[in-house]
Design a protein around this ligand. Sequence first.
Ligand code: HEM
Length: 463
Amino acid sequence: MTRTPAEVRSFEGRRFVRTPATAPGPLGPQMLGAFSAIRRNPVDYLESTWRTYGDVVQFPIPRPPSYLVNDPEGVRRVLVTHGRNYGKSTIQYRSLSLVTGEGLLVADTEAWRRQRPLVQPAFHHETLNHLVSHVDTALQRRFREWESLPSDAVVDMDAAMMTSALEVVGHALFGTDLSQDAHRLARATLSALDVVVARARVPITPPNWMPTPGNRRLHRAVRELDAAVEDMLQERRQNPSEVPADMLDLLLLARDQQGSGLTVEEIRDQIVTFIVAGHETVASALTWAWALLADHPEIQRELQRESEEVLGGGPATFADVGRLPWARAVFDEALRLYPPAWLITRKALGPDSLGGRDIPKGALIILSPWLLHRHPDVWAHPDSFDPTRFLDGSADRNAFIPFGSGLRQCIGRDFAYVEGTLMLASIAGRYSVSYPTGGRHPKAEPLVTVRPVGGLPVRLTPR
Ligand code: HEM
């Protein structure tokens, strides 16, 4: 049932709070009834509300008034043309900041303005150049592991991509000589992240100070994180590099125009942010690309042909990245259908109008690349896997936001493209991937990123 816009009411304390409803959406009892569906799969729930109520949906939540916006122009307005009217102080980013501190990903406008120029040099050309050899190191490790398996062995490609992406971001951050501290840090980051995801799944989150098992785990992991970063920074201060060798050196050396750099705490927050933002995202996109390739052997053959032509079975160079359009298009199409960051939220700093609906100041705006990438107004046959849309120029780049868009677009976008393209091309050059008997395309579960339920068991056939 579509509600006629009237008002959203809730009982807070001893009085009713009335928030004018400015867009259609579910009524309170309907939303309460949907609670277990939301917990089971929030992206399915968002998709069903979008398909039921339209491109701007208001949820029956008065504080803050909450809207799902999937109007292509409206999304662009929030992220790009009126991006300054939308901040990041939302529940999603506040809960992530329990792990990342005030790193670039969650920083609200003021802190972000100071940090971004200081962090940018860590993503310059030299870093991307080094990245090629970090990707190759991870690949050689996988190839050695796989060579020791019998032909046609079944491997969990999801686990392989997670391990590889962690090795790549770890090497890019800390150099090839990964210390115990780096391993400790990555482990603590991932364990803290698990707790944050588990917390997001329960309707009432206990306050941080409450000694619940979840909170205790979170505090333990954050303490471990802080100690590991502190030890690493101390070690760098005692043995400073003459020439910056990795992203951590670049963060330590960064200075703004007034000559001031990032504080120790800010560096800790950026490092943890890069592990959180740069590990599972790339791994998840790669895993879905392999699942889609196993579904489409004809596209896999195109990728293999390109890999043979360009790489010829050898290691890639930085220049090769631009010579692999099929690998890039497959990665893009996987990012379209399975955008790892399936949810982007903003807080309206002032009133606005989106998709013809009034948005009050303070409103929570929920955007979902998952939904926008399936919008039939901008994508032809949106549910089909068709990388050629990215080769023939028919993909609408304005409606393609796996890395966000506008001012807060992902700083690691080029990093992800180098890694994603080379991983796909290099592995396709050596192996064919297919589902084992009884295996099939996994179900998607939206956690921090969109994960395959049960991993991705595939048969690897040497070529
Ligand atoms: C396929 C891989 C990746 C995807 C899908 C992805 C997605 C995103 C998205 C959607 C945003 C914007 C969030 C928003 O607007 O609220 C973002 C921001 C960010 N990402 Fe990525 N990301 C990826 C890889 C990486 C990598 C490899 C790194 C670092 C090593 C990274 C670091 C960051 C940071 C620091 C930000 C915040 C940028 C800012 O606000 O200035 N990401 N990412």
